[in-house]
Design a binder for this molecule. Sequence first.
Ligand code: PRE
Ligand code: MN
Length: 357
Amino acid sequence: MNANLEELRTKLDTVNKELLRLLNERAEVVQAIGEIKEKQGVPKFDPVRERKMLDELTALNPGPFRDASIKHIFKEIFKASLNLQEEDHKRQLLVSRKKQPENTIIDVKGNLIGGSAQVMIAGPCSVESYEQLRTVAAALKEAGIKVMRGGAFKPRTSPYDFQGLGVEGLKMLKEVADEFGLATISEIVHPGHIELAEQYIDVIQIGARNMQNFELLKAAGEAKIPVLLKRGIAATLEEFVHAAEYIVVKGNTQVMLIERGIRTYEKWTRNTLDISAVPLLKQETHLPVLVDVTHSTGRKDILLPCAKAALAAGADGIMVEVHPDPQTALSDAAQQLDIPQFQQLWEGMRNSGLFTE
Ligand code: PRE
Ligand code: MN
């Protein structure tokens, strides 16, 4: 009896090995099909093909496995095959860490982003006046912060809201940044403004609402300066990564990602800060990953713990909005820090031991 069991098990071992070989032989064919699909740009998942194979296999099924079991087993094989094709696709993305294991480090006027040190980016939501910019720039300089943000083209929810100073705003940003020795980041919303941006600013921001504005992404891919790409308000990480790929594939490899909160049912914050995005994006891509604590929370009272969480999760930098007199700000008045609040946040971040300068 025992000898018989042993014998049967030995037989199964041989069958298992044969199945293993066949499964991997099948997987190689699946990968070859995946490559063709990738080139043709057709979807990997093909339910019609899967149904046809299941019908054929159940029609041929001699048993003793029931048709339902055969279907179940093959569906699992199809699922694993699809995963394989999708993994191969991800591996091929230029932004993928599988394609480039080492971090992309971006040089913004001598400030390295994505390396061993973190970056703090601060400044007003919108550029409003020279006086406003100079007050912020002086505070940043005093704090040792090197990169200033400021919006000139403002994509606002309402057309009646302040739309930004446009090119004038970019010029003001440059003038003040040069005066204080700062680098600048500002949002560009039109593909035709990319060249203009190169003249006045150091980093082009592509805003959350434009994350899938593909013509803008392509134009940013032709730019000679780095791009800070914000996650869309309802974008999955898969969509976010592919948006970055649009820029990189055009030749601009200097792309940084920034998590800025996603829309959920939660009302106590403006958006929900998706902390898991930080380690996931670091794992899946080689690009620097930053966190915008201001727009994700839309509040001023929880910025320090959120910034610390972002740094602990591996973020390469933090972005925050600062205004000399937030109450009179022409945009995002409720969430911008005044200068003393900003100094307090900055001190808290530096004392946390999580921020490496
Ligand atoms: C395969 C994989 C995924 C598709 O959903 C359908 C079939 C399979 O494993 O058989 C292969 C394949 O990509 C294809 O035949 O088009
Ligand atoms: Mn803002």
